[in-house]
Design a protein around this ligand. Structure first.
Ligand code: PGA
Length: 263
């Protein structure tokens, strides 16, 4: 398999420093009891990443001392390298702090903080230039799905975000997360068939725009109410290369169970 599955935990605005420390100890215990998961993580056959709030990042990064395979990322980034942007953090700062990943264009940022396709593109360019791996989120609202616009919306978001990147960076430095907005935090996940249909179409889109090679290595995640009881079905689809997990990533036990379902 050319694509290493990624199980990513988007903590949103949850888990301060002490809760992060507790999560890491529980995760260490949980993984040490699961020989298969431990071996897969240590051998890079699968990746686990967590995305804590900014103030907890250093604590999560410290956890790499005893969980060396753990990847850590931020939930947002600014596009400028530095400057008078109160409240923002740059890609180089995240890289310097030790982050591997960054989430870009999550629907909560688009909907609640007015993030535009153009801002998403600039953030993505900055992240990739700084050497971060980007998890680029795309997905339609319920209204758009019911109007039959799912692929039009997803393709527009992808096109606008990826347009400036060299084709070989697309597959290598970007993970695409298909997250239907109606499935996020609602307990109503897409069915494995629905997730596969869109993820397959995304891979086809990447092939058409950036070439077969990019499409072959392109990791595509599904996100939206992924839980311990639906993860195996979703992750067994051929074009679903992992999961972006919100609520169920906050407890080490359920997050580790989702990882186990991917193996
Ligand atoms: P959820 O969130 O798993 O809680 O639905 C997913 C996400 O927002 O990435």
């Amino acid at each position: 398999m050319e694509r290493t599955p990624l199980i990513a935990g988007n903590w949103k605005m949850h888990h301060g420093i002490s809760a992060t420390g507790k999560f890491l100890s529980e995760l260490e215990m949980r993984i040490s009891r699961d020989a298969g998961a431990k071996k897969a993580l240590e051998g890079d056959f699968i990746e686990m990443a967590i995305f804590p709030p900014f103030t907890s990042l250093w604590r999560a990064l410290e956890g790499k001392r005893y969980l060396p395979w753990l990847k850590v990322g931020a939930q947002n980034v600014h596009w400028a390298p530095e400057g008078a942007f109160t409240g923002e953090v740059s890609a180089n700062m995240l890289r310097e702090a030790g982050c591997d990943y960054v989430i870009i264009g999550h629907s909560e940022r688009r909907q609640l903080f007015g993030e535009t396709d153009e801002q998403v593109r600039r953030k993505l360019d900055a992240a990739v230039s700084a050497g971060l791996l980007a998890v680029l989120c795309v997905g339609e609202t319920l209204q758009e799905r019911e109007a039959g616009e799912t692929m039009a919306v997803v393709e527009r978001q992808l096109m606008k975000a990826l347009v400036g990147l060299p084709p070989d960076e697309v597959g290598r430095s970007v993970c695409i997360a298909y997250e239907p907005v109606w499935a996020i935090g609602t307990g109503r996940n897409a069915t494995p068939g629905e997730a596969q249909e869109v993820c397959q179409a995304i891979r086809r889109f990447v092939a058409e725009r950036f070439g077969d090679e990019a499409a072959m290595v392109q990791r595509i995640l599904y996100g939206g109410s992924v839980k311990t009881d639906n993860a195996a079905g979703l992750l067994s689809e051929p074009d679903v290369d992992g999961a972006l997990v919100g609520g169920a990533s906050l407890q080490a036990d359920s997050f580790a169970q989702i990882l186990a379902a991917a193996l």
